[in-house]
Design a protein around this ligand. Structure first.
Ligand SMILES: Cc1cc2nc3c(=O)[nH]c(=O)nc-3n(C[C@H](O)[C@H](O)[C@H](O)COP(=O)(O)O)c2cc1C
Length: 409
């Protein structure tokens, strides 16, 4: 069946490029319905958009005929993918805050379909902290963001990040998202996936703790990706400030010991992915009262003791071991060599290795460069968004399970 795209055109100079986008999508056999914001009508006419898309163009939330014929809620659901292009600063802000004061934003709030936004605006608007905050929020809400590209702006003398990505790049992303979100493709339906994420906090006294810089973003993205593939996902999370991914059961813990307990309680699982940065050591005897500084006394020495190794404990279970156990190796030197050792010593099936040296910006950042270490060798993946790493990893894990199932038959 022909896949259906709902294109929301925002009020920016780049709106004219949507005519070319619609034409190319239709050439590929997609049907394209369009909503134009009031501002978009200043840049390109509904007549031109309607003629190119060969569909009627929706512009008004309070249009009795449109509402009777299709209704804004059906418009929100009757498509396989919603594309916002150009996504203006204004539309991104409204989406991030859940505003719904026109047809475009009402549909975006009412949809349960994947949404891709391609921002285009003046570089200062893009770099403004408010816009950056909104984009971070939208990414954590699962909105796919493509671009903007860097280059000359329509305004003379302006250059920087803010151009709408080129139409062929937009088409390629749309095609890959449509393939990924094809509802017939839920290869992890009925599978249990267990993921750990974030740091752990090991108490020193009631107010102080030992921790690390893990943000939890990679593990949360993996949980979201597994849920999209239809899995029943449990995410055991250390202390982070991220919103729960949609459709995922989240178990919050603080210490490594609590994480191990929660993981054990969450078994059985078909796939277990240990992305958390679990503290190797905890304070042997945390104080029950706040540790006081006293004049002329030496600073206290912390005596540490080793935490249980969660990955190893689960990977080496004789009974009820998940069929696929994936560990993460965060290293700052000899990344691959350490990861190969870890694969063997822990008994994991795969290790996802990444360089977390401060200059890479991986800890806390949105991008990651990973290497997949298996018993068959090493795969080097190029740098990409953590959400793309997550989707690629889960697609690979799903393929692995189905190959194993086929071999067992
Ligand atoms: C000539 C002109 C060009 C504009 N270009 C952009 C743009 O490229 N990106 C953007 O975010 N806003 C741009 N704006 C501002 C938006 O049109 C304005 O914020 C509007 O309210 C957006 O409405 P919408 O988000 O409902 O489409 C432009 C405004 C003018 C007058």
């Amino acid at each position: 069946m022909k896949q259906r795209i709902l294109l929301i055109i925002g009020g920016g100079i780049a709106a004219y490029k949507c005519l070319d986008l619609i034409r190319r999508l239709r050439e590929r056999g997609y049907s394209v319905r369009t909503i134009m914001t009031k501002a978009a009508e200043q840049f390109v006419t509904p007549l031109a958009v309607g003629a190119i898309s060969n569909e009627r163009v929706f512009t008004d939330l309070f249009n009795l005929d449109d509402e009777r014929e299709i209704g804004h809620i059906r418009l929100a659901r009757d498509s396989d993918l919603i594309v916002v292009a150009p996504a203006t600063a204004d539309l991104l802000a409204k989406m991030a805050h859940g505003l719904a004061n026109d047809l475009a934003t009402s549909v975006l709030l009412a949809t349960d379909k994947p949404v891709l936004a391609a921002p285009a605006m003046n570089p200062r608007m893009w770099l403004n902290r408010a816009t950056q905050r909104n984009v971070t929020q939208l990414k954590s809400d699962g909105i796919h963001i493509l671009g903007p590209a860097v280059g000359e702006m329509a305004e003379r003398g302006e250059a920087g990040p803010g151009r709408l990505v080129e139409v062929p790049e937009l088409v390629a992303k749309i095609e890959s998202l449509l393939a990924r979100h094809d509802i017939t493709a839920r290869p992890l339906a009925g599978r249990q996936v267990l993921i750990t994420s974030g740091p752990t906090h090991e108490p020193i006294d009631p107010v102080r703790y030992l921790a690390n810089r893990s943000s939890g973003k990679q593990g949360y993205a993996i949980a979201a990706a597994a849920a999209k593939l239809g899995a029943d996902v449990t995410l055991v999370s250390g202390p982070v400030t991220l919103a729960d991914p949609a459709g995922v059961k989240v178990v919050r813990v603080v210490t490594a010991a609590e994480m191990l307990e929660a993981v054990t309680q969450s078994l059985p699982a078909d796939i277990a992915i240990f992305a958390a940065a679990v503290a190797d050591w905890r304070v042997a005897k945390p104080k029950s009262e706040k540790w006081k500084k006293s004049a002329n006394a030496e600073p206290p020495a912390l005596k540490l003791t080793e935490n249980a190794d969660i990955l190893k404990t689960i990977a080496q279970r004789s009974k009820g071991r998940p069929s696929l156990v994936i560990g993460f190796a965060a290293e700052t030197e000899d990344v691959i060599a350490h990861a190969k050792k870890k694969l063997k010593s822990k008994g994991a099936d795969w290790i996802v290795a990444n360089d977390v040296s401060p200059e890479t910006g991986v800890m806390g950042g949105d991008r990651n460069t990973v290497h997949i270490i298996t018993r068959d060798g090493v795969e080097d993946w190029s740098e990409m968004d953590k959400s793309d790493v997550a989707e690629k990893l889960m697609a690979r894990a799903a393929a692995h399970l189905s190959q194993n199932a086929a071999a067992a038959e």
